[in-house]
Design a protein around this ligand. Structure first.
Ligand code: NAD
Length: 420
């Protein structure tokens, strides 16, 4: 039993299992399967940071590039004490499929540092970021691998990475990272892009599943960059957000939470609990609330065979990467619960990152309206392609998205051939 539990919570094992099942359905030749199952490059770095009190502490970080056959590697950087090499590998592989499902010319990568940034002062954090950026400088670059924010990283951290990389070269290289502040080549709309994409995909999924968004009860797990914007947009478009959670706890109001007030409180106090007109509930209970739509927007491995049987939502939209294990997926399928997979649902972030990179390379910037229109277009087009595949194959959304994405990456890999 213990082995099963460990395997279930190993995100890379989950990612490979998801790939294998698509490869099987696509009848991919053995050689292609073998190539696509493995990350292309994995860099582990151990580096010292001087604390403000003069002591030295060692940190471990990673940068993994899963596949670069469709273009430069692309993927966020996560700062968390739970970061492992297998987690970064999984996230890098998911980035490959994500870029392919929305058909933007990137491969997949991810980075991480084992650290809780809340334990560092602002100066310590800056030193850690600049040193990590220097350690991975050999593999990142505007033509090779372009980082972006993920859990516990933000535009300021991207600015330090961009500045560090630029200092090494002696001139500004804004296209080395995305999710930067607008003042140094960031894109309008990037901060909101992932949540906006989740909203667009939720709206489209509701349309094809005949779920009215007007008054639909929603629970959102995680209230960071992605969860908070998703909750705000769903609230603005008529949904009744009844449950919200963050790492400190969950809150509930069956008549609907005042989402703008929640945003305001989190800005002030850093947490959701204690919001007026809400009751505190267990974090786990949030996932089992009687809702129409459940949006996991925190971390991977949240919906497992333990809690999946108790999930009551009709639609699950994966704003987080890898929140559902394959066992939970099978239970949802059996129960008629639709799951829109991460590689489609949260692809709005990398899509606007692509716009940011293009704008940086061209030194020509678009306004927020143009960004949001182009984002809307790509998300709807991608959703429709996945939906058409789902209809054609009589399968679920995840299988359909994987069939499209893996076929695109496989084609690029095959046509390029094997060097030498
Ligand atoms: P973030 O650091 O801004 O927010 C994470 C949120 O999750 C915080 O509110 C935190 O309190 C909460 N959280 C952590 N552990 C929790 C737990 N056990 N229960 C409930 N809440 C918990 O991170 P983010 O950028 O919003 O990323 C969230 C997810 O979305 C991750 O899976 C990330 O990989 C994915 N994602 C992010 C982006 C992006 O552009 N930032 C793009 C695509 C996917």
């Amino acid at each position: 039993m213990a082995i099963v539990e460990t395997e279930e919570l190993n995100p890379f094992a989950v990612a490979v299992e998801q790939f294998d099942s698509a490869a099987e359905r696509l009848n991919l030749p053995q050689g292609l399967r073998a190539i696509l199952r493995e990350p292309k490059r994995e860099l582990t770095v151990n580096f010292p940071v001087r604390r403000d009190d003069g002591t030295i502490q060692m940190y471990r970080g990673y940068r993994v590039q899963h596949n670069i056959n469709r273009g430069p590697a692309k993927g966020g950087i996560r700062f968390d004490t739970r970061v492992t090499l297998d987690e970064v590998r999984a996230l890098a592989m998911w980035m490959t499929w994500k870029c392919a499902v929305v058909n933007i010319p990137f491969g997949g990568a991810k980075g991480g540092v084992i650290v809780d940034p809340r334990t560092l002062s602002a100066r310590e954090l800056e030193r850690l970021v600049r040193r990590y950026a220097t350690e991975i400088a050999g593999v990142i670059g505007p033509e090779s691998d372009i980082p972006a924010p993920d859990v516990n990283t933000n535009p300021q951290i991207m600015a330090w990475i961009m500045d560090t990389y630029s200092m090494h070269h002696g001139y500004s290289i804004p296209a080395v990272v995305t999710g930067k502040p607008v003042a140094i080549g960031g894109s309008q709309g990037r901060v909101e892009a992932t949540g906006r994409g989740v909203f667009i995909i939720t709206r489209e999924a509701c349309r094809v599943l005949d779920i009215s968004m007007d008054g639909a009860a929603v629970a959102v797990q995680g209230f960071g960059n992605v969860g908070s914007v998703t909750a705000k947009l769903l609230h603005e478009h008529g949904c009744k957000v009844v449950g919200l959670s963050d790492m400190y706890g969950a809150i509930y109001n069956e008549h609907g939470i005042d989402v703008p007030a929640a945003l305001e409180q989190v800005k002030r106090t850093g947490r959701l609990t204690g919001l007026p007109d809400t009751e505190a509930i267990e974090g786990g209970a949030l996932l089992e609330l009687p809702v129409d739509i459940l949006v996991p927007a925190a971390l991977e491995g949240q919906l497992t065979h333990h809690n999946a049987p108790a999930v009551k939502a009709r639609l699950i939209v994966e704003a987080a990467n890898g929140p559902t294990t394959p066992e939970a997926d099978a239970i949802f399928h059996e129960h008629g619960i639709a799951v829109v997979p991460d590689i489609l649902a949260n692809a709005g972030g990398v899509t606007v990152s692509y716009f940011e990179w293009v704008q940086d390379l061209q030194r020509f910037f678009w306004n927020e309206g143009e960004i949001n229109n182009r984002l809307e277009h790509i998300m709807v087009q991608s959703f429709n392609a996945v939906e058409a595949k789902r209809e054609e194959q009589g399968c679920d959304f995840r299988t359909a998205a994987y069939l499209l994405a893996v076929a695109r990456v496989a084609e690029a890999t095959e046509v390029r051939g094997i060097y030498p």
